[in-house]
Design a protein around this ligand. Structure first.
Ligand code: ZN
Length: 235
């Protein structure tokens, strides 16, 4: 690549698609240089995805889809806590920065892969509208921050547009406690219920994976499809 009369050798992290419009150089905390290229890629005219998907963003680093698919990744804050603490104790500033950059990169990479996969599958995405800042005040602050849900929501929005799909806000109220099969509010309640991954509806006997059940409700509350919802207004 030639820029301002200087030649640069670079390694492509992925193939360049579309027409290159602008570019910039950035340096990360480790001192490594990156070239960012902004390319023009035409949006799809027909929806690429075929499904209507409700999305539940879990507190423990995963995205649950209403069709049962759950995208998970490790809790990076916890995973790298020891390495970060060791570098801190040894006053190794560069090593600390290195760990931080690695965490940021891993988080971003995972979010991109998951949101691309979801946007490719869905023509309609319904995602809950609770701002994650609400959770920063709770005991789950660390997990919520680690999950980086703002990034996921943002990526789903623009990727849906690019693939001719639609991404809208949904209501997550009661989505955790409502049975997506019979609509009874028979699920586990309260903060303690967050530790419960699976539960069985006391009304219809169907076993639920908590987050997939919530994702199914988020979709149903918005589209009103499926079984009628008891006691919950259909939006
Ligand atoms: Zn039920």
């Amino acid at each position: 690549m030639t820029y301002c009369g200087h030649r640069f050798r670079l390694w492509l992290s992925r193939p360049v698609g579309g027409v290159v419009k602008t570019g910039s150089f950035t340096q990360d905390a480790r001192g490594r240089w990156y070239v960012n290229l902004q390319c023009e890629v035409p949006d799809a005219t027909e929806p690429v995805g075929t499904l209507d998907l409700g999305i539940d963003l879990g507190l423990k680093s995963h995205i649950a889809c209403s069709d049962g698919l759950v995208y998970r990744r490790d809790n990076l804050t916890r995973q790298y806590a020891e390495a970060l603490a060791m570098a801190q104790r040894a006053h190794k500033k560069r090593r600390m920065q290195g760990v931080q950059v690695k965490m940021d990169n891993t988080r971003r990479d995972w979010a991109h892969k998951a949101t691309t996969a979801i946007a490719r599958r869905a023509k309609l995405i319904v995602i809950w509208d609770v701002p994650s800042t609400k959770f920063f005040k709770t005991i789950f602050a660390k997990s919520t921050h680690d999950a980086g849900w703002g990034i996921v929501r943002h990526q789903l929005r623009y990727k849906a547009i690019r693939l001719a799909g639609v991404c809208v806000d949904g209501n997550e109220r009661f989505s955790n406690v409502t049975c997506a099969d019979c609509c009874a509010r028979s699920g586990p309640r309260g903060l303690r219920a967050l530790g419960v991954r699976t539960w069985v509806c006391t009304c219809c006997g169907v076993a639920h994976e908590r987050d997939v059940n919530a994702a199914r409700n988020i979709l149903a509350f918005r589209t009103g499809r499926g079984t009628p919802v008891k006691g919950i207004p259909v939006l």
